[in-house]
Design a protein around this ligand. Structure first.
Ligand code: ZN
Length: 179
């Protein structure tokens, strides 16, 4: 199975709806969250001279999060994050995209961890429930469960239940897996 197909399978495994599939990218939704997965693999890397071109080429204007899949994902991610902050300084324009690194050699495991982070970091967009949760470790008041799901974990080799719990007052967000 090709890399793109393996990514699609992992996104579907986590409940994402696949919207656009290209040779080197996928766009997908989870509730109100939109993510883009970009395969920055191989010899050619477009070192954009104008960071706005990067945003247009990667179509980052309508996505909340970007997964960078690469043999050296941290180098590529750093470059993209730097370009995004340049846009802020140079053009006074905010492109609000969080960037997540996935090593192509650990594709399923890294994607799983990345998706866990995305679901927690963007809990307002991913929210699928509003339930009373455990006491907040800081203030002791009940946290709000904003997301629950069940998926097959590559990391644990079994089905897991996942929960995102939030205390808005203390700015605490926890992502919990129960085997
Ligand atoms: Zn609290």
């Amino acid at each position: 199975m090709g890399v793109i197909d393996r990514i699609i399978e992992e996104l579907r495994n986590r409940g994402f709806r696949i919207r656009v599939v290209r040779d080197d990218s996928i766009k997908a939704d989870l509730n109100r969250l939109t993510v883009k997965v970009w395969l920055a693999s191989g010899d050619y890397f477009p070192w954009w001279s104008n960071p706005l071109d990067m945003v247009n080429d990667l179509e980052l204007n309508d996505v909340n999060a970007l997964f960078v899949i690469s043999e050296r994902p941290y180098v590529v991610s750093d470059y993209i994050v730097n370009n995004l902050s340049r846009i802020n300084y140079w053009f006074n324009k905010e492109v609000n995209v969080k960037v997540y690194s996935v090593n192509i050699d650990r594709l399923e495991e890294d994607l799983e961890d990345g998706i866990n982070l995305v679901i927690a970091n963007h809990y307002r967009e991913t929210s699928n429930v509003t339930l009373k949760g455990n006491p907040c470790p800081n203030c002791g008041l009940p946290m709000t469960i904003t997301y629950t799901s069940r998926y097959f974990s590559h990391r644990w080799g079994s089905w897991v239940n996942e929960y995102v719990e939030v205390c808005e007052k203390c700015k605490i967000v926890s992502h919990r897996l129960v085997l």
